[in-house]
Design a protein around this ligand. Structure first.
Ligand SMILES: Nc1ncnc2c1ncn2[C@@H]1O[C@H](COP(=O)(O)OP(=O)(O)O)[C@@H](O)[C@H]1O
Ligand SMILES: [Mg+2]
Length: 274
């Protein structure tokens, strides 16, 4: 739970250097440089098709770079199988959550005992962090709400006490308030010295917890920095304006949504369908 000491350079958990990657002969990542350290939340943002999920596939070992390399905890990791990376502390929650929809909460958690933890340890850890899952322990995952399913996905990932957590579009299909709740959990997870790399097409909630943001377009990182430092024009172009609108409102300056009375009056909705 300690906050990082900024005066000491912390060894990166994930480090991508000039990574290129392709599907067949079509190159979709054209040289990605990215560092994620413990306690950091790095948000990869950008439009559909920009290459965000492909970066996570490389970082989780599912796709081997065609050039460049990636390191995990200082070890060269090109070509290391995803299951080996997972056992060395890398956890991935893919788009679509990666849970077993026809199994109960407890059964889903039990599948995570392969790392050597007992069922009881895995459950205790999960229920301590996600009390709502304890209430629903016997419920079949497919019948839970989208937000609860995403919590279960996170609980499964965290049951192995990872060094890095990769999250692909966790807000997909969820209402803004649920997304805020999930991001609050993401921030807590990072504070426990986990390095978090996440992708989002819609930036609003991610910007609230991100330590750094990298904006992708067409297989390249076109801007990188702290959320507040993103140039407004770039944010508008690549984030649909949603991120900056949310932050301007939060900052109490110009009301960019004046006149919009149909939605977003009770929370910080960025105008997406809830
Ligand atoms: N399995 C695949 N086979 C071929 N091309 C793919 C595959 N997955 C993604 N692509 C292509 O790679 C590019 C980047 O996709 P992706 O990483 O999924 O982007 P994002 O996650 O930012 O939406 C897109 O042009 C997409 O069509
Ligand atoms: Mg994607």
């Amino acid at each position: 739970m300690s906050s990082p000491d900024r005066s000491v350079p912390v060894r990166p958990v994930l480090h991508l250097r000039s990574v290129r990657a392709a599907y067949g002969r079509i190159e979709v990542l054209h040289g990605i440089d990215l560092v994620v350290r413990p306690c950091e939340v790095v948000a990869l943002l950008g439009p559909n098709g920009a290459g965000k999920s492909t970066v996570l596939k490389v970082a989780s070992g599912q796709l081997v770079p065609t050039a460049g390399c990636f390191h995990i905890l200082g070890r060269h990791a090109n070509g290391i199988r995803p299951d080996v990376l997972a056992r060395s502390g890398l956890c991935t929650i893919p788009e679509g959550r990666g849970i077993f929809f026809n199994l109960t909460v407890t059964e889903n958690l039990t599948m995570m005992t392969y790392g050597g933890s007992s069922r009881r340890e895995v459950q205790e850890r999960a229920f301590a962090r996600f009390p709502r899952l304890a209430e629903r322990r016997r419920q079949v995952a497919g019948t839970m709400s989208g937000g609860e399913q995403q919590m279960l996905a996170m609980a499964r990932a965290l049951s192995v006490q990872p060094a890095a957590l990769l999250l692909d579009e966790i807000s997909m299909g969820l209402a803004p308030l649920v997304v805020d709740e999930l991001y609050e959990l993401v921030a807590q997870i990072a504070a426990d010295r986990v390095a978090v790399l996440l992708t989002e097409q819609f930036a609003r909630a991610a910007l609230g917890v991100a330590s750094r943001v990298a904006v992708m377009a067409q297989g390249r990182i076109v801007a990188e920095g702290r959320p507040d430092d993103l140039p407004a024009d770039l944010a508008d172009a690549y984030l649909g304006g949603s991120g900056t609108a949310g932050r301007r409102e939060a900052g109490g300056s110009a009301d960019t949504r004046a006149g919009d009375t149909s939605a977003g009056d009770t929370n910080t909705s960025n105008g997406r369908a809830a």
